[in-house]
Design a binder for this molecule. Structure first.
Ligand code: ZN
Length: 316
């Protein structure tokens, strides 16, 4: 199966009093701390409900920080959370943020059959659409788990009518995700747009830029530098966070040392760094930043440099 080349695209610009600012795509995977895969061996799905939920408070904290700077974001909401916190979903939508889906049960895509995946995504999407009365057209897999092992997932998303997916990370070396040689800019699989999170090349390494543990582990200046590089080339960044990363007081799960390191490092710094990020850059939901792409108006973007790519979908 071949994917058509992704066209170059021109970003939307936000006009501030002084000068126009490029607007970047910001996202939040709305799940509770118990859903993090790093903790799964110690707190699996059967025990999720035994732990106190903190997703409402921590999500509200993130929305407050973004809105204080005039930004909005896309929330990829987990169906399991939406079912137990319907008011949270309505509140996110009411505050002007985009609702997309993170699937229902937070299972890695490559551990499911196509039928199980379809059912998981559909259940979550229908739940979110019923709660908000708005179409849900975006999907992100738990732990970015659409890889070469499960390329069929894009077919399922196409068939379900999704406009975009944000699950394929163009890196290697991560234990749960990554597709080597996947484009680092938006590309199309049939009518489905793939919006990869932004990456940064450091020597021979390519690392996700400004999201999740990377944002907490690396110094802030690195994220800032990476976004500035993208701005200079006229490309919006695509960033991701989790509500639990803004919650240093969450209950501690007695996991192994490396899992605790990955999950708990620098939680107390996230809000401060994130505030700075929102003050220095402009953010909007995917549906706005990539509106013209999703509307099929990519021809309007055929000018300037923006990383033309001719990737074909990996086989098998
Ligand atoms: Zn997740």
């Amino acid at each position: 199966m071949r994917t058509r080349p992704a066209p170059p695209f021109t970003p939307i610009m936000a006009h501030s009093a002084s000068s126009p600012r490029l607007v970047h795509a910001l996202s939040l995977d709305v799940e509770d701390y118990v859903h993090a895969h790093a903790l799964e061996p110690w707190i699996g799905p059967a025990r999720w409900a035994d732990w106190p939920s903190r997703v409402e408070e921590s999500t509200a904290r993130v929305l407050d920080l973004v809105e204080a700077c005039g930004g909005r974001l896309t929330c990829f909401v987990l169906g399991w959370v939406a079912e137990r916190h319907p008011g949270l979903v309505r509140e996110i939508a009411r505050r002007g943020h985009e609702i997309a889906t993170h699937g229902y049960a937070h299972r890695l895509v490559y551990t499911q059959t196509p039928a199980q995946f379809r059912s998981d995504v559909e259940r979550s999407r229908d739940l979110l659409q019923d709660l908000t009365g708005q179409p849900v057209v975006g999907y992100r897999a738990p732990s970015f788990s659409i890889t070469r092992q499960c390329w069929w997932a894009l077919e399922v998303l196409l068939d379900l009518g999704f406009r975009y997916d944000s699950s394929i990370v163009p890196i290697t070396g991560h234990d749960r995700y990554g597709v080597r040689h996947a484009p680092a800019v938006p590309w199309r699989y049939g009518s489905l747009w793939e919006i990869p999170i932004s990456t940064i090349a450091i020597g021979r390494l390519r690392l996700p830029l400004g999201g999740g543990a990377y944002f907490r582990f690396f110094p802030y200046w690195l994220t800032r530098w990476g976004l500035s590089q993208l701005e200079r080339r006229g490309r919006p960044a695509v960033l991701y966070f989790h509500p639990w990363e803004f919650d240093p007081d969450q209950p501690r799960v007695p996991a192994a040392f490396l899992s605790r390191l990955r999950h708990y490092t620098n939680l107390h710094q996230t809000a401060g760094r994130f505030t700075r990020l929102c003050q220095e850059f402009a953010f909007a939901p995917f549906s706005q930043v990539f509106a013209a792409l999703f509307a099929g108006e990519e021809d309007a973007y055929l000018s300037g440099d923006s990383g033309r790519t001719t990737l074909s979908a990996p086989r098998g």
